[in-house]
Design a protein around this ligand. Structure first.
Ligand code: BGC
Length: 527
């Protein structure tokens, strides 16, 4: 039956009105939802069934005062014992994917493959089988900061041998789990790991050799990532038919002013925190950003060194790293205002990565503060995604972590601030998808409350509450879990993030223009 044109236009207008009135946005048909965790943060069982020591086990035993509440991940959420409940939670949420990590020393207690711990293999086999039996797809992180202490004592990420160590460990995982795991991620967040672990000694291994160790760590992580990717490509891909991605955490930066100084500082910030790990893998150059190479080189010369502290890649290494990812795993939490830090001299050590790039950063006072380091600026998520599309060749993107910590004083289960965070950030993400950014899925960080590194249990990111006093570690859905579930079910979000006074929202403008176009079309037909 043919509909007269005005009926079609009437319903289009109605649809337009609903979309604008409720700010309704829809996810693409094949978009996937999930939740994420990492092994040390949830498993507990730190010395059970033959597990070796990681550098975190070492840190919390030797310097317990380094954790703000003097806690540790020894027992955490006890997922080693309660993993079936975790899988049920994913089912309750109605999500399709689970991102978790494998503990290197649980599989290889001494770090090297000459002894593979059968109990460790059995645990992850059981978890993977339980997920698959419940229709949930595993996305596995090979390394989420748990370096075996034995390898840490040999220099860890500062020893070039780590490339072989990581490659050999990855091969053990592909051999044991690759028949069922089809989505691998190599190393979680190189910038955060190398910055906090090797530049300012905030997390394990508590090393601070400013301006030197960061670059060495980062370089070795890129090479180790590429080694694992190439091993999979050569030895497993044709039979296992999976994919290997790279995960990095990026914040968005907004220049404080239009001055050349601030814009220049923003470029430095982006070169260090985005380009340092994105360029080698996802750009034609296969190398660090030229801007950063030049900055570190000139600072090194100024400091009387005869070579740059940012050790260059060989051509062979560049070939191996370039294009070594089937997808980007993007972890995103927050944004910063960036300015040129004139008062840096004397404030930071020389050398240091701060001295090399001389930017300063702070959160804008109008951004809602969630706790920890997370300030709400959803527009930054949108801008970051557009930046990635415009500057890199990325096959596809999964948002592998995104979330907010609980605010002190707010109800443990009634986490309305987190609900708003998810709705705003998902809304911004849909706007970016509408602009052509190839985002295929989103993982909430985190499935459950867990050990937040040096912040211990003072900050909680879970959408499920975990009662850490209860021997059974009772898990209860927070309001955010119920809302995330409803979003995943309906595949619709009726939210438009606030136009930010600092930078006006492009999204609201776009919705308004859809509405006006439909209205004009209707009037044209009716009049
Ligand atoms: C890390 C997680 C951490 C989360 C929240 C990410 O940088 O991958 O391990 O819990 O941020 O701070």
């Amino acid at each position: 039956m043919e509909h007269p044109l005005y009926v079609i236009v009437f319903f289009s207008l109605l649809l337009g009105l609903t979309r604008c009135a409720g700010n309704m946005k829809t996810f693409p048909q094949d978009f996937e939802f999930g939740a994420a965790t990492s092994s040390y943060q949830i498993e507990g069982a730190w010395n059970v069934d033959g597990k070796g020591w990681s550098m975190w086990d070492h840190l919390v035993r030797t310097t317990p005062e380094h954790i703000v509440d003097m806690t540790n991940g020894d027992t955490a959420a006890k997922s080693y014992f309660f993993y079936k409940r975790d899988v049920q939670m994913l089912k309750e949420l109605g999500v399709k994917n689970y991102r978790f990590s494998i503990s290197w020393p649980r599989i290889l207690p001494y770090g090297r493959p000459d002894y593979v711990n059968p109990y460790g293999v059995a645990y992850y086999n059981a978890l993977i089988d339980e997920l698959l039996a419940n229709g949930i797809t595993p996305f596995v992180t090979i390394y989420h900061w748990e370096l075996p202490q034995n390898l840490n004592e040999q220099g860890g990420w500062l020893n070039d041998e780590v490339v072989n160590w990581f490659g050999d460990y990855s091969r053990v995982l592909f051999q044991n789990f690759g028949d069922r795991v089809k989505h691998w991620m190599t190393i979680n967040e190189p910038h955060v790991h190398c910055h906090l672990g090797y530049e300012i000694a905030l997390i394990a291994p508590l090393i601070s050799v400013p301006g030197v160790a960061y670059y060495e760590c980062s370089r070795n992580i890129l090479l180790a990532h590429a080694r694992a990717y190439r091993i999979y490509e050569a030895e497993f891909k044709s039979t296992q038919r999976g994919e290997v991605g790279f995960v990095t955490c990026m914040e968005w930066g907004v220049a404080e002013s239009n001055s050349t100084n601030d814009k220049d500082a923003l470029e430095n910030f982006q070169a260090l925190t985005i380009g340092q790990h994105m360029n080698p893998i996802f750009s034609e150059s296969g190398n660090f950003p030229q801007k950063l190479i030049d900055l570190v080189n000139s600072a090194s010369i100024r400091q009387g060194l005869n070579e740059s502290r940012l050790r260059p890649f060989t051509q062979e290494q560049i070939e191996s790293i370039r294009g070594s990812a089937d997808f980007l795993g993007l972890n995103h939490y927050t944004s910063r205002i960036i300015y040129r830090n004139e008062s840096l001299n004397g404030t930071f050590p020389v050398p240091s990565i701060y001295d090399d790039t001389f930017y300063g950063d702070y959160p804008h006072p109008s951004w809602f503060f969630h706790g920890g380091y997370v300030y709400e600026y959803p527009r930054g998520f949108y801008d970051l995604l557009i930046h990635l599309k415009d500057n890199y060749n990325i096959p596809k993107i999964y948002i592998t972590e995104n979330g907010a910590p609980s605010l002190r004083g707010e109800g443990r289960l009634n986490d309305t601030h987190r609900v708003r965070y998810f709705r705003e950030y998902l809304s911004a993400m849909i706007d970016a998808i509408d602009e052509g950014v190839n985002v295929r899925g989103h993982f909430a960080w985190s499935l459950m409350d867990n050990f937040e590194w040096t912040l211990g249990y003072t900050v909680r990111f879970g959408i499920y509450d975990v009662d850490m006093e209860d021997p059974e570690r009772k898990r209860t859905p927070k309001k955010s879990a119920l809302v995330y579930k409803e979003i995943a079910r309906s595949r619709i979000i009726d939210y438009n993030y606030d136009a930010d006074p600092y930078t006006p929202s492009a999204a609201s403008g776009r919705n308004l223009s859809i509405f006006i176009t439909l209205l004009l079309a209707t009037l044209k037909v009716l009049l």
